[in-house]
Ligand binder design. Structure first.
Ligand SMILES: [Zn+2]
Length: 369
């Protein structure tokens, strides 16, 4: 039924039936919304989003067509529902909305980040029951009363806005600086006054960015100035990591440890003995891998595109060390954390199959390069 036919049909309905049908549709919409949350949870569990995207959020925006905000609300509500299963009933009844569920989830996440402590499930359950039937504004007030410093932190983040102001992609940024940060910047300006007695805030930020990147590049064995261009690196062709029946892979210097072995690989001590660990990757080799990949994940997606992720990159052994793979240039690639984990999952599944076990997730993935 097209829109015009539907409109004509509705005009013939009496008031009672019109209101009843609207209620029914709202219920149906909520039911479909909850079903979508379940699907997102399973897609995340199987890491299916990583076949063509570097995050679940990117998948929801690009594949499912939601806006950034709508995707964020759905993913946050899905996470809260995973912690507190009763959230599903509350969403279905309308006592909670995607917005209020997302507010709670975001708040608890920020609280954990700021305080370093997790809220107990019982406490989350109590909080959820308190905000039942509340509007987003009322929920904001309840959460702010619970932990004002967390509310302030989130408010400052919300106010951080960027907006493109010229054709060269310069952006105007609105952000809030704490008193402490203002004093630090003041001290920095005083200490660097010989270079520029009165730098703008943008100049100070650029100087700080260059300084930090140079430090980080040194730590990861990458001495060249980090490029912000995101230029495409030549893709390497070699055997797919999917062929290797082991989970072993190593992490790069800038990435947080992902597995028990990766921490040691992330920042290897200079090897002075004649028989270094097969996982050891020299600084010069790290530089070569990062340069060759142009500081970008090398995973080749199902679409044929290369992953665009430049965040949390890790050096990975194409053929795992546990299976005899060597730390040589042609056996190393740069992957983002999501795709490194996806490859590990697949290798684990293949290992189970090889051992005669049954794999839960049998998604086929091609490695980049
Ligand atoms: Zn990637």
């Amino acid at each position: 039924m097209n829109f015009i036919t539907l409109s004509k049909d509705l005009q013939t309905l009496n008031n009672h039936d019109l209101l009843a049908r609207a209620r029914e549709l709202a219920h149906e919409e909520r039911r479909a919304g909850i079903a979508l949350l379940h699907h997102l949870r399973e897609i995340e569990r199987r890491r299916l989003f990583a076949l063509n995207h570097s995050s679940l959020h990117e998948y929801v925006v690009r594949e499912l067509g939601y806006s950034d905000g709508a995707a964020h609300r759905r993913i946050s509500a899905m996470r809260l529902m995973s912690t507190i299963p009763e959230v599903e009933d509350r969403l279905r009844s309308g006592a909670l909305t995607l917005s209020t569920a997302s507010q709670v989830q975001n708040f608890l996440r920020a609280e954990k980040k700021l305080t370093g402590t997790s809220v107990s499930t019982t406490e989350v359950r109590n909080l959820v029951s308190i905000i039942e039937g509340k509007s987003t504004r009322e929920t904001d007030a309840i959460l702010a009363a619970r932990a004002p410093e967390v509310a302030q932190h989130l408010a400052a983040r919300t106010l951080e806005r960027t907006r493109v102001v010229s054709t060269d992609h310069s952006v105007q940024v609105t952000l809030t600086l704490s008193r402490d940060l203002q004093l630090k910047l003041q001290r920095l300006r005083d200490r660097t006054a010989h270079r520029d007695p009165n730098p703008s805030l943008a100049q100070q930020i650029e100087w700080l960015a260059d300084f930090a990147l140079a430090k980080l590049s040194g730590a990861s064995g990458e001495k060249r100035k980090v490029s912000s261009s995101g230029a495409e690196a030549p893709s390497r062709s070699s055997s797919s990591g999917a062929e290797a029946p082991s989970r072993s892979s190593s992490s790069g210097a800038e990435a947080p440890s992902r597995s028990s072995s990766s921490g040691a690989e992330a920042m290897p001590a200079p090897c002075k003995n004649a028989n270094p660990s097969p996982r050891y990757i020299s600084s010069s080799l790290r530089r070569e891998v990062w340069r060759r990949a142009a500081h970008r994940c090398e995973m080749r997606l199902f679409s044929g595109m290369r992953c665009s992720r430049t965040h949390l990159l890790q050096i990975d052994h194409l053929h795992p060390v546990a299976w005899g793979g060597a730390s040589t240039a042609d056996n190393l690639q740069l992957l983002c954390a999501v795709h490194n984990q996806l490859k590990s999952d697949q290798l684990g599944n293949l290992a189970l199959k090889t051992a005669g076990g049954k794999s839960k997730n049998t998604t086929k993935v091609t490695s980049a390069s």
